[in-house]
Design a protein around this ligand. Structure first.
Ligand code: NI
Length: 404
């Protein structure tokens, strides 16, 4: 008996690419519409309405108004199987756009300067494709449109609202368009990809007085100056040199006149690190150092510490799957970048703590088209050819994870 040998997956994969590429003009249009109407954290009302309209048009079951403006859509494959979530953030930044393009922001002082407009468009493209190709996967895909990634953070309230339950999510993936990588590349890394992001504000209280009579005062500027220098030793002398960390003071305010000793000084900064074992450590060390210096000068202080987002840590198994998909999407293996890491932060970290998953970076810079400004720059824009690549990545991840 002669057995029939069916062709391997190559023709199907070619089919995915062709179908997704045909969606490129639509995805680009959606991205530009969203780009024109950027909205700040927890205020993504027009964006959410647009997403909901599209999902309704395509007959995709979804729930709106989660954690204020979040949306969760559910797309079932042709038979039961695992549940894969795909996350896209929706919010913009308080930046005045300087790009002179027809789709520039129409909202004064607000701009999609990080690429989240592209993330929404990619997730919509993926939703459309999957809804039209339910035969190509089993199980369930949950699309999570999340508010407020830029802070104060929409991931946590969405998880608390139960978006990872009913049905329970087995794994989660997400991407960030990335202008630090050229178009055509995909950054995939096991373990920590992005850093923990923590903020602190400190008020040092001395005793003000006449600039010519210092012995009657406690000079908050002198105390603050010692604090500024001393906290640099946390990274230099307390952190394992093989484990990266950053302590940056972004603000220092004190004084109002040349001949007045300042009553108080205010310092604000951010802490970044990859290693989860350092959680709580920086707050403790800052408190010890600031407390010790203040005590030695007779000053007092108040430290407000906000451990905003934990590090973004990718699970080995899900990352292996994303990497193999990236190798099939990329033109050459060299375009799958294994060692990408950034001290930037992301609240995707909360999802990755709750379920195994992988967050990856999708190269979007194109120097030749002057599309290479850094994220959060008023001239930030990206090469829209990355949009269909993003959809192809997600679709192939679904077909690989929720294999027939
Ligand atoms: Ni971002």
């Amino acid at each position: 008996m002669i057995s029939t040998v069916f062709p391997t997956s190559t023709p199907i994969l070619t089919g995915v690419r062709l179908q997704v590429r045909k969606l490129q003009p639509q995805i680009t249009l959606w991205r530009r519409l969203i780009h024109q109407r950027p909205e700040l954290a927890f205020n993504e009302l027009q964006t959410a309405t647009f997403i909901s309209q599209k999902l309704t048009e395509w007959g995709i079951e979804h729930q709106s108004g989660i954690a204020k403006t979040g949306i969760v859509a559910v797309i079932k494959g042709h038979r039961p199987g695992p549940v894969l979530a795909i996350r896209a953030d929706m919010d913009a930044l308080p930046i005045q756009e300087l790009n002179d393009v027809e789709y520039r922001s129409q909202h004064e002082g607000v701009m999609h300067a990080c690429g989240h407009d592209g993330h929404v468009a990619i997730a919509l493209g993926t939703a459309y494709y999957l809804s039209q190709n339910r035969h190509s996967f089993c199980g369930t895909v949950k699309l999570i449109f999340q508010p407020a990634e830029e802070g104060p953070g929409g991931a946590k309230p969405m998880i608390e609202s139960g978006v990872l339950e009913n049905p329970d999510v087995d794994a989660i993936i997400g991407l960030h368009l990335w202008n630090n990588l050229p178009l055509g590349t995909v950054g995939v890394r096991t373990g920590p990809l992005m850093a923990a992001t923590e903020f602190f504000h400190c008020t040092i209280k001395g005793r003000g007085g006449h600039g010519a009579i210092p012995h009657q005062t406690v000079d908050s500027i002198v105390v603050a100056a010692q604090v500024v220098n001393a906290i640099q030793t946390i990274v230099a002398r307390n952190i394992d040199p093989l484990k990266s960390a950053v302590v940056t003071l972004g603000e220092l305010h004190a004084g109002s006149a040349v001949n007045v000793i300042a009553d108080q000084a205010r310092l604000s900064g951010t802490v970044r690190y990859f290693d989860e074992s350092y959680e709580g450590y920086f707050e403790q060390r800052l408190d010890q150092i600031i407390g010790g210096i203040c005590q030695s000068h007779g000053a007092s202080y108040q430290l407000d510490y906000n451990p905003l987002y934990p590090p973004v840590v990718n699970h080995p198994d899900v990352t292996d799957l994303v990497r193999s998909v990236a190798l099939s999407v990329a033109e050459t293996p060299a375009e799958v970048i294994p060692d990408c890491q950034t001290m930037g932060g992301e609240d995707m970290s909360f999802f990755l703590r709750a379920v195994p998953g992988c967050y990856f970076l999708l190269g979007s810079a194109n120097q030749a088209k002057s599309l290479a400004y850094p994220h959060h720059h008023p001239r930030f824009d990206f090469d829209e050819a990355a949009l269909s690549t993003g959809v192809e990545m997600f679709v192939r991840c679904v077909e690989s994870f929720c294999r027939n």
